[in-house]
Design a protein around this ligand. Structure first.
Ligand code: AHM
Ligand code: MG
Length: 339
């Protein structure tokens, strides 16, 4: 769809996707619109900051043993309350909840499953740096009446939709339903989402990488090799100088990559026996991998395409390399060579 002088709203985009590609059944359209509405409400809390008494810690820990911030909990509640009554969902799962949240009996049960990281980049909340909400949508398998955690354990290739909302200088919703990537900017005066980029493409080559360099001494040799070669610059094997960015909010780093290319890495390192990284497969890596692939990029865990990994638990962690295709292919080749 063209981004021109005529304003295209999120609703119009979804209706036209439904009409032209038959990709969005009405329950899925409702789901996406409800998630977008919840993100608007989270954006309002984020924007209030200290004035809204939403900063600081909540004095509790989530299932991963991380201290919860007040906004982590607020965003989680906003997403649940917005989504539970519409009849489009069977259950939800979140970074902030140990088990799944089954839609209560008093509401009709839908056929979709929604997973989210309600507030990604929590360490940036109090310092006024971009943060975001990440979400992934699956279809409940089979037509059994109940719903269980096992129903969520589907590979990323099964996602019906995925996206994120970045709360930065602008609030931007980025979405895929499997027909490319579209970006919608929140018009705060009108309270509406306006299409501002469509058919987003990540350039296959880049001179920019994103990684937390303070962990370098813990990395596996292939990761160190790749970064050493980038740092060697023009006179090294890569023959060009690289730039580095690390925002410590995956949404903001991925947003930059979708906008101007680059490669993002959160690798496994020697401190972790489980051979996984810090990031979570189901509600961080999979939705971002879906978006990046839909924009022509690539996403692997160093060996395997992220979206083909079979999850074994809800809060599973995974190493993540994603972004410009040729860089991700190079990093993956280094890992595969090292065995
Ligand atoms: P969170 O979901 O608890 O906020 O953690 C995930 C975040 C990512 O957004 C970001 O890429 C990473 O953690 C930053 O980690 P580090 O502080 O180790 O650089
Ligand atoms: Mg997160």
């Amino acid at each position: 769809m063209s981004v021109g002088s005529k304003r295209v709203s999120l609703t119009q985009y979804l209706v036209e996707q439904q009409r032209n590609h038959g990709l969005i059944p009405s329950q899925l359209r409702l789901l996406i619109e409800v998630v977008a509405r919840a993100c608007k409400s989270i954006a309002i809390s984020v924007n209030k900051g200290a004035l809204g008494e939403v900063l600081g810690t909540a004095g509790s820990e989530n299932v991963q043993g991380e201290i919860q911030k007040k906004l982590d909990i607020i965003a989680n509640e906003v997403l649940i309350e917005a989504n539970e009554w519409g009849g489009h969902l069977a259950a939800m799962a979140s970074e902030e909840m140990e088990g799944i949240y089954v839609v209560p009996n008093r509401f009709p049960q839908g056929e979709y499953l929604l997973m989210f990281d309600p507030l990604d980049g929590s360490s940036n909340i109090d310092v006024n740096v971009s943060i975001g909400t990440i979400f992934s949508v699956l279809k409940k398998p089979g037509d059994s009446k109940g719903v269980s955690e096992d129903d969520f354990l589907q590979p990323g290739t099964a996602q019906a939709a995925a996206g994120y909302c970045v709360y930065g200088p602008q609030t931007t919703l980025v979405l895929t339903v499997g027909a490319g990537v579209a970006m919608f900017t929140l018009d705060r005066e009108q309270g509406s989402w306006v299409l501002t980029a469509d058919e987003v493409q990540v350039p296959a080559d880049t001179k920019e990488f994103a990684i937390n360099m303070s962990n370098m001494r813990h990395w596996a040799p292939p990761m160190k090799r790749y970064i050493d070669e980038c740092l060697a610059g023009k006179t090294g094997v890569r023959g060009k100088d690289f730039n580095m960015r690390w925002i410590a909010s995956m949404v903001a780093d991925v947003h930059r990559i979708l906008t101007r290319g680059g490669v993002f890495m959160y690798p496994w390192d020697q401190r972790e026996p489980e051979k996984a990284g810090k990031l979570r497969l189901m509600y961080e890596a999979n939705p971002m991998a879906f978006l990046i692939e839909q924009a022509g990029g690539a996403a692997t865990n160093g060996q395997t395409r992220i979206m083909e990994l079979q999850p074994t638990k809800l809060h599973e962690r995974v190493a993540v390399m994603l972004g410009s295709k040729h860089e991700v292919e190079r990093i993956t080749a280094y890992h595969l060579e090292a065995g």
